[in-house]
Design a protein around this ligand. Structure first.
Ligand SMILES: [Zn+2]
Length: 652
């Protein structure tokens, strides 16, 4: 027992050293093996017992600005934010708290919500947690007092429910669900739901300063600590086979905001060794796993590394991100197939053929959360190549113009179409992450270190960096316009570095002018152009971002290609054949069995695209093929709604 707990505290470096020792002994053993007396050395898994948290924060290289410091200006991101803001305004508080009140024995005459918030759904309450996060984030993004008031009202009501339930427990379902979880009997995902409510409380505290939300959260964390304390490490590992969202992450975050390590120690009980071990050893054993069960656990690992400097957790997050983005993602940045990873890595063509329901939206949401955290460790601009691609192609086009409804599966199957949630009868996981996502579109455009500013995304917006007495206004109609302008408003001249991301897709023609004068050197794609100078009020930086047509082939089938223009994935518009309101609003994904479609291949070279893909007259970013049977219109995937499409083509 003592030996085990010592080794469970072993860091990744310690583990490597142990491996080196074992390797040394291995030689000896190999010699012995030659004489036939010993076998191969046993590998020591990095995670065995529950890890033991000790606080030792790791320095973060670059930080995002507070969300209150960045405001979106008019443009497609601002539109998406406003459609989502409408959703937040429309959903009534009494319906969102109804199941909680009933569970706590308090009166409620509200009309219950439907879908995954139905009074008999085992996930009930999860969306209310997401909604609280969305209120906090939207208030930070826009200063909308009515949204804050709505979040405050929910917190106040849920606090009453918590007091009534006693012991810190707060949920819209009874404790009996946790008895079933503990007995390993059938139950959906109680801790997954609890995580959403805890994260919502944390967001209401962080972004709206709601102290009551922090108290409710601490009560829930204390309850979780008490519930899990008597459970043996082995049995807890079994319990962790049931989806639990980011319980580890929210408990680490609570430890960070309160300075109380007990919460991190409770968070450590949510370390799923079986999942983390291969990742820490840089092995892809993801096949067969449910995707969105696991991404939040990795965000928790990243947070654990930041608070403790335990490099085992660093390696889990670092390798997972690399593997998912390079070997398990489609051209849109989306990952998952029928919610899982069904194939071995880099078998994406085979993966796509397995199922229509690709790329679950909450997976993309969580991958973006993970990406911006990992970016903070290194300031490596390649993280933002992935971030931009996923944001533009998977997320931005996943909110319905005007209604603000969002998508569950963003299908990439040929002939698919986008499907959206209903107003009151869906409340899927992705509806929850959807209301969060479109409340925080301003959170990753700019980062900073003590020396300077990092401009990572080309989104019209204003940044106020009060410590430096400087305001930045990014003026652009990107991607309709292939450039951006940064206007500086400085109280006094300021010496500062400005790092402009030179995206990976910017293969030729990029340039930067400061106050009309061209900077001679322009770095290679996938890096930063750094301008270090004394900035004065009225300075203007103009960056040209010319786009080119290019293709991206599936790693396991070179003839299966997607067409892109700069960072934008282009979709072939196949028309609205067979589509009606019920096929678009309500289903979690397109039903291609009931509405099949033959999608043409393209008979052309994927190399010389300009020869057969021509800009369409009068419409920005829209193209028309020539010489195909039939010819097609190609349009950015994020702008296609109510039409069937194809993303991957068989290019001969
Ligand atoms: Zn989902």
């Amino acid at each position: 027992m003592v030996q085990n707990s010592k080794s469970s505290r072993m860091t990744r470096r310690g583990f490597t050293a142990a491996l080196a020792l074992t390797a040394g002994s291995a030689k000896l053993m190999a010699q012995d093996a030659n004489t036939g007396s010993h076998g191969e050395p046993q590998e020591v898994p990095p995670f065995r017992e529950t890890p033991a948290f000790t606080r030792k924060e790791t320095p973060i290289k670059v930080q995002p600005f507070p969300m209150t410091a960045v405001r979106l200006s008019p443009g497609p991101f601002h539109d998406a934010q406003e459609w989502n803001r409408g959703v937040l305004h429309r959903l009534p508080v009494d319906r969102l708290v109804h199941n909680f009140r009933v569970n706590a024995g308090l009166s409620s005459s509200a009309d219950p919500l439907g879908g995954w918030e139905k009074p008999d759904c085992e996930l009930r309450g999860h969306f209310t947690g997401h909604f609280l996060s969305a209120c906090g984030l939207m208030y930070a993004s826009t200063g909308d007092q009515a949204i804050k008031a709505k979040g405050d009202a929910i917190v106040s009501d849920l606090a009453k429910c918590q007091a009534r339930l006693a012991g810190g427990y707060l949920s819209a379902f009874p404790l009996e669900f946790f008895d079933r979880l503990n007995a390993r009997k059938q139950v959906w995902a109680p801790f997954y739901t609890i995580h959403k409510i805890m994260a919502g409380m944390l967001d209401m505290y962080r972004h709206c300063g709601n102290r009551q939300a922090l108290e409710v959260l601490q009560g829930m964390a204390n309850w979780t600590g008490k519930w899990s304390a008597p459970i043996s490490a082995d049995h807890m590992q079994d319990i962790l086979n049931t989806e639990y969202g980011g319980m580890n992450e929210v408990l680490y975050n609570l430890a960070a905001v309160t300075g109380e390590d007990q919460y991190a120690r409770t968070g450590d009980r949510f370390t799923k060794n079986r999942f983390f071990n291969p990742l820490a050893l840089r092995r892809d054993e993801l096949r067969g796993l449910h995707v969105n069960t696991h991404i939040p656990q990795v965000i928790g690992a990243a947070r654990r590394y930041e608070l403790s400097s335990d490099v085992r957790f660093h390696d889990v997050a670092d390798y997972f991100w690399y593997e998912v983005t390079s070997a398990r993602s489609y051209v849109t940045g989306g990952t998952s197939n029928n919610e899982a990873w069904l194939m071995e890595p880099r078998r994406m063509a085979a993966e796509l053929k397995r199922h229509v329901n690709t790329a679950e939206c909450c997976c993309a949401y969580n991958m973006l959360k993970l990406t911006r955290r990992l970016y903070g460790w290194t300031a490596d601009p390649r993280y933002f190549d992935y971030y931009e691609r996923t944001l533009l192609n998977h997320r931005l086009g996943a909110i319905h113009p005007e209604t603000g409804a969002t998508i569950y599966y963003l299908s990439l199957a040929p002939g698919a179409w986008k499907t959206f949630n209903t107003d009151y009868d869906s409340f899927w996981c992705c509806t929850g992450t959807g209301v969060e996502e479109f409340s925080k579109l301003n959170d990753s455009i700019y980062f900073h270190d003590s020396e300077g500013l990092y401009v990572n995304l080309f989104i019209p917006s204003e940044l106020e960096w009060s410590e430096k007495g400087i305001k930045i206004r990014q003026e652009t109609r990107f991607p309709d316009e292939q450039s951006t302008t940064i206007a500086v408003n400085a109280r006094e001249p300021l010496r500062m570095a400005m790092h402009l991301r030179v995206p990976q897709w910017l293969t030729s023609g990029g340039s930067v002018k400061v106050n009309g004068k061209t900077i001679e050197a322009f770095p290679s794609p996938g890096s930063y152009l750094t301008i270090y100078r004394m900035w004065s009020d009225g300075d203007r930086v103009e960056m040209q971002l010319p786009m080119q047509l290019h293709t991206e082939a599936m790693p396991d089938d070179p003839s299966m290609q997607a067409i892109l223009y700069g960072p934008l994935v282009l979709a072939g518009n196949l028309g609205a054949q067979g589509l009606t309101e019920p096929t678009i609003v309500g289903p979690m994904g397109p039903d291609l069995k009931d509405h099949p479609m033959d999608v043409p291949g393209l008979r052309a070279s994927g190399k010389n695209l300009d020869a057969w893909i021509k800009p369409a007259a009068g419409e920005a970013l829209t193209f028309r093929t020539t010489g195909q049977m039939p010819d097609l219109t190609l349009t950015p995937f994020n702008r296609i709604f109510g039409q069937r499409y194809s993303i991957y083509w068989n290019v001969s």
